[in-house]
Design a protein around this ligand. Structure first.
Ligand SMILES: Cc1cc2nc3c(=O)[nH]c(=O)nc-3n(C[C@H](O)[C@H](O)[C@H](O)COP(=O)(O)O)c2cc1C
Length: 191
């Protein structure tokens, strides 16, 4: 298989992997993935991405911040439910919080966020190349002030996604979610 075929096959076979082993990951492997992420295209070379790599107790610190937010948002929440929220980030041994530091100009800010999304896709493909599973999660945590504080984020920086990373617990599903065909999403002109 040519390098080109391998790249295309990786892109077409990529799947989100939610169930991963709790075994820790070597830091150098994660560094390689972050390097791949930071190789994404970005207009004016603003390098708008910021990565906060959580493992071990650092996941719980952010999880505790999310639990405080859950108490504030749902004052009648049970202790059991609070504990479940606090453990959210412990579903994977490594969580990479992918953030954007957007430019002041609105067009640049929009493009900076687009570039971070491209960086996350790079991260996914690099993870797959190293036999790791990855899941992009957002949900309420991306906007919670408690979580932002715990991560040391200040405006205008935003969380684009939490990428959960680990060794897959099983083979990827044989078929992915349904996708539109090329003809469903493409208009051909001048062909
Ligand atoms: C911006 C964005 C946010 C996402 N947030 C979540 C999430 O909060 N929870 C979740 O389970 N999956 C989340 N996903 C993953 C999608 O559900 C997943 O990519 C989709 O089901 C397609 O599956 P695939 O990645 O295997 O192709 C998110 C994906 C993107 C691009």
């Amino acid at each position: 298989m040519s390098d080109g075929d391998a790249v295309l096959r990786a892109i077409l076979s990529r799947r989100s992997v939610g169930r991963v082993s709790p075994d820790p990951l070597p830091r150098e492997v994660v560094e390689e993935l972050v390097s791949a992420a930071a190789s994404a295209p970005n207009h004016h070379l603003t390098g708008p991405w910021r990565f906060i790599v959580l493992t071990g107790d650092a996941r719980r610190e952010v999880g505790d911040a999310h639990a405080r937010a859950a108490r504030r948002e749902r004052p009648d929440i049970s202790e059991e439910a609070v504990e479940k929220e606090a453990r959210r980030l412990e579903r994977a041994p490594v969580v990479i919080v992918c953030c954007v530091a957007p430019g002041e100009d609105p067009v640049e800010a929009r493009e900076d966020r687009d570039a971070v999304a491209a960086a996350i896709e790079n991260l996914f493909l690099a993870a797959q190349a190293r036999g790791l599973g990855a899941m992009w999660r957002t949900g309420v945590m991306v906007d919670e002030p408690e979580v932002r504080d715990a991560l040391g984020l200040s405006p205008p920086d935003e969380i684009v996604g939490f990428v959960y990373l680990g060794r897959p617990l099983g083979p990827p599903p044989a078929t992915g979610p349904p996708r539109g065909s090329v003809s469903d999403v493409t208009v051909w002109r001048g062909w």
